[in-house]
Design a protein around this ligand. Sequence first.
Ligand SMILES: NC(=O)c1ccc[n+]([C@@H]2O[C@H](COP(=O)([O-])OP(=O)(O)OC[C@H]3O[C@@H](n4cnc5c(N)ncnc54)[C@H](OP(=O)(O)O)[C@@H]3O)[C@@H](O)[C@H]2O)c1
Length: 307
Amino acid sequence: MYTELSGKAIALAINKASRSIIADHGIKPKMLLIQVGEDPASSYYVQSIVNTAPKLGCEAELLTLESDCGQTKLLEIVLQANSDPTIHGIMIQKPLPKGIDDSLINLSVNPDKDLDALHPINLGKILMENEVFLPCTPAAVYYTLKYYGIDPKGKKTVILGRSNVVGKPLANILLWKRAFANATVTVCHSQTANLAEICQNADILIAAIGKPNFVTADMVATGSVLIDVGINEISKPDGGSTYVGDILFDACKEKAAAITPVPGGIGRITTSVLYLNLVKACLMAAGQNKVVDEYIDVIFNENQKKL
Ligand SMILES: NC(=O)c1ccc[n+]([C@@H]2O[C@H](COP(=O)([O-])OP(=O)(O)OC[C@H]3O[C@@H](n4cnc5c(N)ncnc54)[C@H](OP(=O)(O)O)[C@@H]3O)[C@@H](O)[C@H]2O)c1
């Protein structure tokens, strides 16, 4: 019998930590959200971030730019926000329109305000186990393991996908020498040989490749933990659409000890991590940066559902 690892409880626990830190430290964190163009999926996500702000005691200012605003204009805005002391964190919605160099924009954000942890300095800090911000999706996976008491220490942990936003930072987080890390990590990608066989040997399998229902029951070990990062829109026979993960949920759940749903799993946690990063940024600006993990630990211990 499998356990469904719902993201809702984790998101609520992280939000509770953010609210407590804000109340105890008398801070008012403010985020600048920048959206370039009007992609409907991006607009939906960005609006849900904006709507979350008042519930946590934060402020979120949304700046929407025309898709043809140009790279120079975007850079000017980021540089201005970098030096504005009233803005503690910056988030730039991706993907950016053609003609804007993604890596240049990542590099332009002040690393102390980099809520997505995409600046090379912040990615490097993760490598050195000296993290300040954690990228939202890898952090959501880490907190899922921690919340449900699934310790990957010494476990064969396979990550499908090596992107800079998910696979690579997640692999490095799970290699940390601390609780809920210390994993033996294998990272697979489109050039990996014998991928199914590698998956079959995984104690913990994390899929982040963006291929609907790619992982089938014959690829997973009995009693393994399955974490699905993928969010894929697929067409339904009636002409509508729905979202599925990279793991074929109904078939794989029967073999798994635990599995995250899509939707309602990892994706449900990312906005909470984004705000936790904003709280960290605001505390850092006030000269304090050590308290966040302590709050998370206390709240997780109160609410944690151990497997
Ligand atoms: N839950 C969330 O909040 C959240 C956040 C971000 C992303 N996502 C979802 O997570 C998925 C991955 O996102 P991403 O941004 O990391 O994607 P990405 O940048 O497109 O990277 C996909 C990775 O998967 C690998 N891959 C593709 N096809 C493969 C195959 N057949 N076998 C093995 N590996 C394969 C690619 O290999 P190569 O490197 O060799 O090309 C690449 O490393 C997407 O579904 C995305 O929507 C979810």
